[in-house]
Design a binder for this molecule. Structure first.
Ligand code: PXL
Length: 282
């Protein structure tokens, strides 16, 4: 009975993002992931989507004022140890979260969500969408870690990623914008699934077996929630946290159960906090 969660104070993690009523992505995925790690999850909703495993039918951002009222209510009362953002809905909301984030005394993981795994946009069309990208760039100094996929990395930096040099340049640019760490989720590279973790000093490539499956609904959300949850549990070595989260997401993807008629969600029930060597020694 000496599992770490039984003698540590309950760690609070906060997720700021959108609702997926089918339960596979967004806030729902984040809360399931936190729960699985033994972390207490708080959530601030930024948008309601009407979607399922087949696609996103509708996206309706909540007013910036309502988002900030939720955030203030949570922060006036709870002390998160780590927080993450997912889909944020509008440039105005990103800007308002940015202003609040100047006073966050906990690390913020920014998952700059722009498209769902079905390929449906979660940011507005046209000029309003460009403003969202600009607002994300301005948010970078508040990001302890930013976790763009290939498309989001291209949008944030304006660099078309055709080579590993392009990736290195794009990661460098995000550090220049102010992000402390960058995790580029590159997807398939030469038959492997590749992530690159940039610290500003070095870029570490993390390769895993390729996921030959379409059943990855919510994978980005679950990965950033795993990282946020592990930080909330007191893990301090980000490289180890990211490696562990990537191992866990592979397990979740390889163990999906058929849910719905489209892309099955990542199986969060198999995610677990691996034994923590440090905690065990104490
Ligand atoms: O996985 C990215 C994501 C984040 N947030 C919401 C989503 C999705 C993908 O579908 O719907 C609300």
């Amino acid at each position: 009975m000496n599992s770490p969660i039984e003698y540590r104070p309950l760690a609070v993690a906060l997720s700021i993002g959108g609702s997926d009523p089918s339960g596979g992505a967004g806030i729902q995925a984040d809360l399931k992931t936190f729960q699985q790690l033994g972390v207490y999850g708080a959530s601030v909703l930024t948008m309601i989507t009407a979607q399922n495993t087949l696609g996103v039918r509708r996206v309706e951002p909540l007013s910036t004022e309502l988002v900030i009222d939720q955030l203030d209510a949570v922060l006036d009362d709870l002390q998160p140890i780590a927080a993450k953002t997912g889909a944020l809905g509008s440039a105005e909301t990103i800007q308002a979260i940015h202003e609040r984030a100047q006073r966050f005394n906990f690390p913020l993981v920014v998952d700059p969500v722009m498209v769902s795994k079905h390929g449906d946009s979660l940011i507005p069309e046209g000029e309003a969408g460009q403003e969202v990208i600009q607002a994300y760039r301005r948010l970078m100094p508040r990001a302890f870690l930013v976790t763009p996929n290939r498309f989001e990395l291209e949008q944030l930096t304006g660099i078309k990623l055709n080579s590993s040099q392009d990736v290195a340049k794009a990661i460098h640019d995000l550090h220049q914008m102010g992000a402390r760490f960058v995790l580029a989720k590159l997807g398939d590279v030469n038959g492997h699934s590749e992530h690159v973790l940039g610290s500003g000093q070095e870029n570490i490539a993390i390769q895993t077996n390729r996921f030959d499956t379409q059943n990855t609904h919510g994978a980005g959300c679950v990965l950033s929630a795993l990282i946020t949850g592990l930080i909330a549990l007191g893990e301090t070595n980000l490289k180890q946290v990211v490696q562990r989260a990537i191992r866990q997401i592979s397990i979740g993807i390889h163990n999906t159960h058929p849910i719905g008629k489209g892309r099955s969600p990542v199986e969060t029930r198999v995610l677990a906090n691996e034994p923590n060597e440090l905690a065990e020694k104490n």
